[in-house]
Write a protein that binds this ligand. Structure first.
Ligand SMILES: *[C@@H]1O[C@H](CO)[C@@H](O)[C@H](O)[C@H]1NC(C)=O
Ligand SMILES: *[C@@H]1O[C@H](CO)[C@@H](O)[C@H](O)[C@H]1NC(C)=O
Ligand SMILES: *[C@@H]1O[C@H](CO)[C@@H](O)[C@H](O)[C@H]1NC(C)=O
Ligand SMILES: *[C@@H]1O[C@H](CO)[C@@H](O)[C@H](O)[C@H]1NC(C)=O
Ligand SMILES: *[C@@H]1O[C@H](CO)[C@@H](O)[C@H](O)[C@H]1NC(C)=O
Ligand SMILES: *[C@@H]1O[C@H](CO)[C@@H](O)[C@H](O)[C@H]1NC(C)=O
Ligand SMILES: *[C@@H]1O[C@H](CO)[C@@H](O)[C@H](O)[C@H]1NC(C)=O
Length: 363
């Protein structure tokens, strides 16, 4: 039996939790986030490449989207991507629309816009051989030139007040290594240290640019272990995960984590959260069974002869929940789900640093 005074105490505690705050502010445990702006590569692209005529690596056909309510949309996986799942955790209404879709205008932008472009990188030249992809710098220019003025018109407040209520989610860099540094014989005569230093400096300039436009809350997702992707492993049969690729991306990831501390004094009022997607995916690959996975090293779909992705209309595995990779480079919705839910609510600083996105959304 519960002691009467304890019951009374609990009653008041619960009442206090549900009582409307008298000062009109949101209660401390509620998200203050109005929307999310998403920047990056195929890990977040939700349809932008579909609108670019000359792009070679479009993923606008089945079996992509086989588990997605809207079918093939340009998401490079079977279902939702990281940004979709994070938006859902934040309880944002609907899907965040792709920038390149002409209907992404008016009040459709008030919960954010997704600028991601599959194949693109932090560096402008990354993926240039695949067509007129939208590099990180161009994604930021799209935000500045088109979205910002329109958002001010929609919301009617001043910029700094509006933008502090949005998350800026950035997830790029994988292609700068896989497609540019390791995939480009002319570029690979710089050392990986020099390349990484340049990539990091470029990324810092991009974050500072967003800050100068009014962005305050950043979520930075690390590169996943690209060396463990079926496509990378096929280039070095029998080796397992390709160590030199994983070591290289980790070099950048460590710098990225460091930025969450080192940039704050240079960007007063900013908050940066680092999501260690590398560790989350590496742990799944190391211990698949305890995470509910069975297949860590072959793609779920059948790869097209040209090698960019799944064969159009081709066979696909039925137990997609048990696969880490959907195609030769991209993880399944199940893995995206693991990354995004940990980003939102993990309490382990090895996974989210210095704290999780839920906390970031409440500050
Ligand atoms: C915009 O809002 C911020 C934060 O509320 C305030 O400090 C600033 O003075 C405002 N600027 C203008 C031009 O109204
Ligand atoms: C290779 O690197 C060079 C120099 O950075 C760049 O100009 C070129 O576009 C890259 N090629 C590809 C295929 O990415
Ligand atoms: C790599 O080396 C070649 C030949 O020495 C040179 O032409 C090219 O500019 C170098 N590329 C870079 C990115 O340094
Ligand atoms: C990165 O390297 C390129 C090519 O050498 C150079 O043009 C650019 O300024 C560098 N970027 C940064 C931020 O150091
Ligand atoms: C982290 O950033 C600080 C400040 O910029 C720098 O002194 C330190 O060397 C960096 N650490 C790593 C591991 O890069
Ligand atoms: C994939 O993983 C399985 C089980 O861990 C292993 O037996 C197999 O050799 C691996 N295949 C490749 C191509 O690495
Ligand atoms: C993290 O900590 C918070 C507050 O203590 C708790 O409510 C939440 O359930 C924890 N999250 C996980 C994934 O354990």
């Amino acid at each position: 039996m519960m002691d009467r005074s304890l019951a009374l105490f609990c009653f008041f505690l619960i009442s206090a939790m549900f009582a409307a705050p008298s000062n009109g502010l949101l209660p401390e445990d509620k998200s203050k986030i109005r929307g999310m702006f998403v920047f990056g590569s195929s890990v977040v692209d939700n349809g932008n490449n579909n609108f670019i005529p000359d792009v070679l690596n479009k993923v606008n056909y089945t079996p992509y989207g086989i588990d997605f309510p809207l079918g093939p949309t340009g998401r490079a996986t079977n279902g939702a991507n990281m940004a979709d799942i994070l938006a859902k955790e934040l309880k944002l209404p609907n899907y965040i629309p792709p920038f390149n879709d002409p209907s992404t205008a008016g009040n459709r932008i008030v919960h954010g816009v997704n600028y991601g472009s599959g194949g693109s990188g932090i560096l402008d030249e990354t993926g240039a051989n695949l067509g007129n992809l939208i590099s990180m710098n161009r994604q930021i220019r799209n935000f500045e030139a088109k979205t910002l003025p329109e958002l001010a018109l929609q919301l009617g407040h001043n910029r700094s007040r509006i933008l502090s209520q949005y998350l800026f989610f950035l997830s790029s860099g994988g292609n700068d290594y896989s497609a540019n540094y390791f995939g480009n014989s002319t570029g690979s005569n710089v050392t990986v240290e020099a390349f990484t230093a340049n990539l990091t400096s470029t990324f810092i300039l991009q974050l500072k640019k967003l800050y100068s436009l009014g962005a305050r809350k950043f979520v930075l997702a690390s590169i996943i272990p690209n060396g463990c992707a079926p496509m990378a492993m096929a280039s070095a049969p029998g080796e397992g995960c390709v160590d030199r690729i994983n070591k290289a991306v980790q070099m950048f990831n460590i710098q990225m984590r460091n930025l969450t501390d080192s940039l704050r004094p240079q960007m007063p009022g900013s908050r940066l959260v680092f999501v260690n997607a590398y560790k989350i995916v590496r742990d799944i690959i190391r211990y698949p069974a305890i995470n509910g996975f069975q297949n860590v090293n072959t793609s779920c779909c059948t790869i097209a002869a040209h090698g960019f992705g799944c064969a159009s209309g081709g066979p696909v595995c039925s137990n997609r929940r048990e696969y880490v990779y959907f195609d030769g480079n991209h993880v399944t919705e199940a893995v995206n789900n693991a990354i995004a839910t940990k980003a939102f609510s993990s309490n382990r600083t090895a996974e989210v640093y210095p704290y999780n996105v839920r906390k970031l959304s409440q500050i």
